[in-house]
Design a protein around this ligand. Structure first.
Ligand SMILES: [Zn+2]
Ligand SMILES: [Zn+2]
Length: 387
């Protein structure tokens, strides 16, 4: 099964949808127009059920196969939100909203999943049920988490989930994937070391937060070098140290230390949080100071399940002739929340030699549409073959 002919036929139509979405970008949870476009189309395609308002502005469509002997339910997920960037592509369908832009290609993701939904509604050539998921707020808002928190997986009985992102630098319509940790967790921390300030010449009458914080910053590096499994990837970066005083002769009352921890597994992530809190608390205690710790959870590590990754790669190979092994990326991805709830896989589809995502020159490559849609359809038809 190479690229499905049906998607080559549908390319002008899907491209038109994509350009309309591109012209009308919406940020985070404000994907009101986009969600209504998606809802309208899913209803027009004849989806068996269309539900809105999950994760605030998320939309879900249910498509039943010709039969349901397998009892399987597969979730396919696309993201809908744009970025706060001023577009500089110069295309004639450029953003009509200054300062908002589809600079990550989520317009392409939404259009491709709509294309697949139309095809699957027409053909129903599978034994089971498909749930198409359109989420808001991938770019930092945790829209995927909110859809999960609204009980999406249980409500629709989803057993496996699949996701896709376009990737500049991979040849157009080619695929790459990897099992296990794929996108990093992106947690942040802010530790305020509270001491007792005073005259620089009388340190004995103070609890010096500067000396305490310095020792703590050095000790935090032992999370990566002494606590984490050396095979596991982890980055502990302290990025800011701010004293409550700027004077040359005053020991400050407090020092605030900020940074980020990136990991590629749930275990390492949990270990890092536990160790950071223990090191901060006990170092401060040892110096007579106090640590006020603010742990700011980011997206969890996105972990592809082994079996589903292998299957997703085989579908990609059937579409594109081959599927590469992707590099780990230290960026975050909200689909991680769905993969925490259900087994599944996330794949990259080539956007060709384009500008990078999150830049004003970037644009989704419409030539990737037939391959992307064929992969979606292949996931369904090969995982739940018609009886
Ligand atoms: Zn992005
Ligand atoms: Zn993205």
């Amino acid at each position: 099964m190479p690229v499905k002919n049906r998607f080559s036929e549908m390319l002008p139509e899907i491209t038109e949808w994509r350009h309309d979405l591109h012209e009308n970008p919406e940020i985070l949870f404000d994907t009101v127009r986009t969600a209504s476009v998606v809802e309208e189309k899913l209803k027009a395609f004849g989806c068996d059920e269309v539900v809105t308002g999950l994760g605030r502005t998320g939309v879900v469509g249910v498509i039943k196969g010709k039969s349901n002997g397998s009892g399987k339910v597969i979730g396919l997920r696309a993201d809908m939100d744009a970025l706060p960037i001023l577009e500089k592509t110069g295309v004639d369908y450029a953003s009509k909203t200054p300062g908002a832009m589809h600079a990550c290609g989520h317009d392409g993701h939404t259009a491709m999943l709509l294309g697949a939904a139309k095809y699957l509604s027409e053909t129903r050539n599978f034994d089971g049920t498909v749930v198409v998921i359109f989420q808001p707020a991938e770019e930092g808002g945790g829209g995927g988490k909110e859809m999960c928190d609204d009980g999406m997986m249980e409500r629709f009985g989803i057993q496996e989930v699949y996701g896709m992102h376009n990737w500049p630098g991979i040849p157009t319509g080619q695929f790459a994937i990897r099992p296990g940790g794929f996108f990093a967790s992106t947690d942040q921390f802010e530790i305020t070391v509270v001491g007792q300030g005073g005259h620089a010449a009388q340190p004995n009458r103070t609890v010096d937060p500067i000396v305490t914080a310095s020792t703590m910053v050095s000790a935090l590096q032992s999370i990566a070098s002494r606590n984490a499994d050396p095979i596991q990837q982890i980055v502990v970066s302290v990025c800011s140290i701010e004293s409550s005083s700027k004077a040359f002769n005053v020991i400050p009352d407090s020092v605030t230390v900020r940074g980020t921890i990136r990991t590629m597994s749930k275990e390492t992530r949990e270990l890092a949080e536990t160790r950071l809190k223990a090191i901060a608390t006990s170092t401060c205690e040892a110096f007579g100071a106090r640590a006020d710790i603010n742990w700011i959870p980011g997206y969890p590590t996105m972990v592809n399940s082994e079996e589903q990754t292998e299957f997703a790669a085989s579908v990609a190979s059937s579409v594109a002739g081959a599927c590469d092994v992707a590099e780990v990326t230290m960026g975050g991805e909200d689909f991680a929340y769905m993969l925490e709830e259900r087994p599944g896989a996330y794949i990259l589809v080539g956007n060709g030699d384009s500008a990078n995502v999150h830049t004003p020159e970037y644009n989704f490559n419409d030539e990737a549409i037939p391959a992307g849609c064929s992969w979606w359809a292949g996931i369904v038809e090969q995982r739940m073959p018609a009886a």
